[in-house]
Design a protein around this ligand. Structure first.
Ligand code: DX5
Ligand code: ZN
Length: 221
């Protein structure tokens, strides 16, 4: 299995976004993670279609859009048009998951569901076979730079079992507090895709940090 590293531009320097994206690409990043927050589902407010479009123009990597918003279906068309490759909704904010996943796929994107640390896996079990991606939050969403919540490691392992039982080959992604230290436990538990904001953008050598995170999974760079 391969390790995917997805730098989160939430921690990037917005005055030099194109430079930061070029750095991610040169450092071997696999995806670019874009955190959309609406100030309602989460307390923080970030960006929307315009930034997704800017990322699309500035780099060639797949764009992984994490929708921390209520009524996410209002944005699917615009974000797909702006160049998103993955659209992930929160189960807590999306009561019609079946319909929403189908709509995301209709638009030509990969369909993902995220769950908060306190949300049980049961919320997504019935749609496990329809998922292209399952995102296990390892912090409470809203801000970069938070501390990894340790009890989520066990949930990652159970999520992996749930996907296998459903015959799903969905990507198993983790997001929040991922560092060279915490990534190893998540990888061993079964995650394959790792969002990292703070760990990459505050590193003394951000470009090298991408490879170091990958190496911490015991996979050669
Ligand atoms: C948190 C966001 C994350 C965030 C991760 O709400 O979903 O993607 O950028 O940042 P770090 O890696 O700094 O915890
Ligand atoms: Zn995120």
């Amino acid at each position: 299995m391969t390790v995917r590293i997805a730098p989160s531009i939430l921690s990037a320097d917005f005055a030099h976004l194109a430079n930061d994206l070029a750095m991610c690409e040169a450092g071997g990043a696999d995806w670019i993670h874009v955190d959309v927050m609406d100030g309602r589902f989460v307390p923080n407010l970030t960006f929307g279609a315009k930034v997704i479009e800017t990322v699309r123009r500035s780099c060639t990597l797949p764009i992984d859009v994490h929708l921390m918003v209520v009524e996410p279906e209002r944005y699917f068309d615009d974000y797909a048009k702006a160049g998103a490759n993955v659209l992930t909704v929160h189960a807590e904010a999306a009561p019609h998951l079946d319909r929403q996943l189908a709509r995301i796929r209709e638009l030509g994107c990969k369909a993902g569901v995220a769950i908060n640390p306190a949300t049980p896996l049961e919320m997504v079990r019935e749609v496990a076979a329809q998922l292209d991606l399952l995102l296990i939050m390892t912090v409470n969403p809203g801000y970069g730079g938070q501390r990894f919540i340790e009890y989520t490691v066990d949930k990652i392992a159970r999520a992996k079992q749930m996907l296998i039982a459903a015959g799903s080959h969905a990507v198993l992604e983790v997001d929040g507090g991922v560092t060279r230290e915490t990534i190893t436990r998540c990888w061993r538990a079964g995650a394959d895709t790792f969002v990292a904001g703070n760990a990459i953008f505050t590193a003394s050598d951000p470009r090298a940090e991408i490879g170091r995170l990958r190496a911490a999974c015991g996979v050669s760079v």
